[in-house]
Design a protein around this ligand. Structure first.
Ligand code: ADP
Length: 384
């Protein structure tokens, strides 16, 4: 197949899908998107959209007929439909096997730990007694994390249990008895970091600089690059990320979220088989961004440079109120020429919804952080 004539199918037309298309269009690829929202962010720039739910197998079969390779922008999708297609010979990257393992937080952690990747201790729990046993001091102890094994994002599907009295309510709130749950040892981390890593069809790999992430209410608020951690932690994180790509035989861009403790221990929290919010800094901070290298990977092209051009800070723009989305303060933010604002094109703003982000670059990391804090007060997304 002539690479330049490739047609790419993307499951999901949110901001991640939209950024993939912007990069794919640089090379003139044809893009079809599957998304239930006719006005999703990718709708304005894709060639074709199949408007149907992420669980509708027919939508996937239709998509497969139109394209040479299928990829996806998030993991809560119909893996069984994709599995049928893969068996029929359709090309899907990352592979359905890796998607299925990663979709379930328990099977994901099991695969990682079996392959020697450091993860917090974890166990499936079937009832509150199991959690009580894990809460004993010679076991995980308290605090402890309780998580739904599937469907969680932005902290939805997680509860921190501080003591035995909190078990019952956490178990109920997460749907215990109906949903599969797992418990995890609580990691008293000093920093949360992430590594964006890419792997090609031929097994070649490239790894972006380590990013430091600051969350607010379990939603990513700010990403600082390079991460403010010592060199030993940087090289440990990079080698763990490289190992994760090998374990999953991932093709495309992945994100590996990690915890760093005070004494320099590093644990994998979560792997996403796709570009990630904490890799948005690569758009303005690196020569080739995470989306470009994802597209290059899935069509079999060599990677572009992941070099960080200068320190960068990315800040998410979450909706401040509900209603038709409006971006305020762009003129003021743009008085600094080292700022770039990305507005995703979601019609409706909702409180806490990811509506856009901005990146600021500077000669120093501290300088970029300082500027980002100021710009955060200038630009915002409201609902009119
Ligand atoms: P989601 O899939 O919803 O993003 P995560 O499992 O990544 O959920 O957890 C969200 C946040 O909860 C993490 O960024 C981290 O701050 C916290 N967290 C999750 N697991 C642990 C853990 N084992 N120890 C300490 N904090 C944790």
């Amino acid at each position: 197949m002539d690479i330049i004539k490739k047609r790419i199918g993307i499951v999901g037309g949110g901001q991640l899908g939209k950024f993939m298309i912007l990069e794919a269009k640089r090379l003139g690829f044809y893009i079809a998107v599957l998304d239930p929202a006719a006005d999703c962010p990718a709708s304005s720039i894709c060639d074709e959209q199949i408007v149907t739910g992420f669980d509708d197998p027919q939508g996937y079969f239709e998509l497969a007929k139109k394209v040479d390779v299928i990829t996806y922008e998030f993991e809560h999708i119909n893996a069984s439909a994709l599995e049928v297609l893969e068996k029929e010979g359709h090309v899907i990257y990352p592979s359905v096997a890796s998607l299925k393992t990663i979709q379930n937080k328990h099977s994901q952690k099991k695969k990682l730990s079996e392959n020697g990747v450091p993860v917090p201790r974890f166990a499936k729990v079937s009832n509150t007694e199991d959690i009580k046993t894990l809460g004993q001091t010679d076991n995980f102890g308290y605090p402890m994390m309780l998580k739904t094994t599937t469907g969680g994002y932005d902290g939805k599907g997680n509860m921190k249990i501080r003591n035995e009295e909190e078990i019952e309510s956490a178990y109920k709130r997460l749907g215990g008895g109906k949903k599969e749950l797992m418990a995890e040892e609580f990691v008293n981390f000093e920093k949360e970091i992430s590594v964006i890593a890419c792997r090609g069809i031929d097994g070649s790999r490239t790894i972006y600089p380590v990013a430091e992430n600051i969350h607010s209410n379990s939603i990513l608020d700010m990403t600082i690059v390079p991460a403010r951690i010592n060199e030993d932690a940087v090289s440990k994180a990079a080698s763990i990320a490289d190992k994760v790509m090998e374990v999953f035989e991932g093709v495309g861009t992945f994100c590996i979220e990690l915890f760093v403790t005070k004494d320099g221990e590093i644990y994998v929290n979560e792997v996403a088989p796709r570009p990630h919010n904490s890799g948005h800094y690569t758009i303005d901070g690196c020569f080739s961004d995470q989306f470009e290298n994802h597209i290059r990977a899935i069509v079999g092209l060599p990677f572009g440079s992941v070099r960080l051009i200068s320190p960068a800070v990315m800040v998410n723009l979450l909706g401040k109120s509900n209603g038709a989305a409006r971006l305020e303060g762009l003129e003021k933010a743009y008085l600094d020429p080292n700022v770039r604002v990305h507005f995703y094109g979601k019609r409706e703003s909702e409180i806490g919804r990811k509506m856009g982000h901005f990146t600021v670059v500077d000669e120093t990391t501290d300088g970029a952080v300082e500027k980002a804090r100021k710009i955060k007060d200038l630009v915002r997304v409201v609902g009119t």
